[in-house]
Design a protein around this ligand. Structure first.
Ligand code: GAL
Length: 452
């Protein structure tokens, strides 16, 4: 694969700004049980330091002392997160050169296709970003990943992650990647000034999608975009959260194991809500990526946006730099449910620099790597021993919610379905939102997408 590809920079960056989570509309805060979060003790700090010392050992590589890392973290807070990881990697493995293989495009919209063709052509990077869950199973079934169970022993990671997360990385007793973080996909971001100007109480909460429509109507009447959205994958992100809100966690999860009927009347009703929501969105949506849509909320052009919590860094930054306040809360009807996804890193079969890849995986799994990365990225560490007080107030609510809420799998971010199913759902969604199909056809295509 070619190396040193750089993404386009977008004009925001992450600082350590902390936002005040709204007392009523904010993400609900329930403290994470203390046993799950042991603060970094002196012993842990010492073992971390000793672990870091091992980086001075000679790194013997098959193909030179470098590692090409393939991600889609090419701009904004995503790039800052990657940069923070690279800094830790450079400290831990000074002899190995990091080669940035990032391909721009939110949710891997461009990266995943390129990755697939490179893997098929036996031209893998040394390591690549993948989602824990069904997406990973695709690569495993295609024989494209090496078992990294031994690295879990070597880096002492067996007890570092929640057991059900390890389950999602495991097939037939083999573990195929090391997780770097956990994100939440069912978050509404809102601009309180826009809401106030529309006559709304920014602290109001909405119990259901139907309740939310009244607020969306008010923002629309005030002349602003009520709900900003971007390219088709962000529309799928919105769709999954509406299905989750309307069907509830159990039936939503049933969509992925066949126990919920995609052709059912409750799905039809939810798709009607989705259709109505799309009616509140900006018409230039298909040409935008997610940072453009969140920026519309930051800039006061739009009232609400639904996006995963990688969006938080831009809101925190604008809050700090410009004093533009913001609100974050679970998508109406999904309170108490954490729409989960996790990024993780792999060791592909045929990786040109397996030793470089293993070194990268060591950094990914390390407490130091996870802390630095997630502070910049807006996600929470996959490790359970990170210290919550090192993270922003929003992240602390996410840490708590992840521990206490019902966990469901994100569709748009590889946790719920294989890539082919997701692609078919995205195509159907895009046809529907661009007016190329009606609701009945949309539902038919969703049924077909999920029938394999
Ligand atoms: C997700 C990924 C996140 C974030 C987001 C937007 O699929 O897991 O880490 O990068 O896409 O690009």
């Amino acid at each position: 694969m070619s190396s040193n590809r750089e993404g386009t920079k977008v004009p925001f960056c992450r600082t350590d700004a902390v936002f005040g989570v709204d007392g009523n509309g904010g993400v609900h805060t329930i403290m994470r049980s203390p046993q799950k979060f042991i603060a970094l003790t002196a012993v842990a700090a010492l073992s971390l330091a000793l672990g870091a010392c091992s980086s001075d050992d000679k790194e013997s590589g098959d193909g030179g002392n470098e590692v090409e890392v393939f991600t889609w973290w090419a701009s904004g807070s995503e790039k800052l997160g990657l940069d923070a990881l690279v800094k830790v990697f450079d400290d831990q493995h000074p002899d190995i050169e990091f080669i940035n293989g990032a391909v721009a495009g939110g949710a891997g919209s461009a990266a995943k296709d390129l990755l697939q063709s490179n893997l098929q052509n036996n031209n893998p990077p040394d390591t690549f970003q993948a989602h824990a869950g069904a997406e990973l199973t695709d690569y495993i079934n295609a024989g494209q990943l090496q078992d990294v169970s031994n690295l879990f022993d070597e880096f002492d990671l067996r007890d570092a992650f929640p057991a059900d997360l390890i389950d999602r990385l495991t097939v037939d007793g083999k573990i195929y990647s090391i997780p770097s973080n956990i994100h939440r996909a069912n978050v509404v971001w809102a601009n309180p000034t826009v809401l106030e100007d529309a006559g709304l109480d920014p602290a109001a909460t909405y119990d259901s999608v139907e309740d939310w429509f009244t607020a969306l109507d008010a923002v629309e009447k005030s002349g602003k975009t009520a709900l900003s959205v971007a390219a088709p994958w962000t529309q799928v992100n919105l769709l999954e959260t509406i299905l989750l809100a309307d069907l509830g966690a159990e039936s939503y999860s049933g969509l992925w194991d066949g126990s919920t009927d995609w052709a059912g009347a409750d799905v039809t009703k939810s798709l009607e809500n989705f259709e109505k929501l799309i009616g509140y969105t900006n018409t230039d949506r298909d040409g935008l990526d997610w940072p453009d849509a969140t920026q519309q909320v930051i800039d006061g052009q739009a009232g609400f946006n639904v996006m995963g919590d990688w969006a938080v860094a831009a809101f925190e930054e604008a809050d700090k730099e410009l004093g533009t306040d913001f609100i974050a809360f679970p998508v109406p009807g999904t309170d108490g449910v954490f729409d989960f996804l996790a990024d993780s890193f792999t060791l592909p079969v045929g990786a040109p620099n397996p030793d470089g890849a293993k070194a990268w995986l060591e950094t990914i799994g390390s407490l130091e790597g996870q802390t630095a990365f997630n502070k910049a990225k807006g996600s929470i560490p996959a490790r359970t021993d990170a210290n919550p007080s090192e993270f922003s107030e929003y992240q602390q609510t996410a840490i708590t919610s992840f521990a206490e809420d019902t966990i469901v799998s994100s569709l748009a971010h590889g946790a719920a379905t294989p890539v082919a199913t997701l692609n078919a759902i995205e195509t159907a969604t895009s046809k529907f939102t661009s007016g190329a199909s009606d609701l009945a056809k949309f539902q038919e295509e969703l049924v077909a997408a999920n029938s394999n």
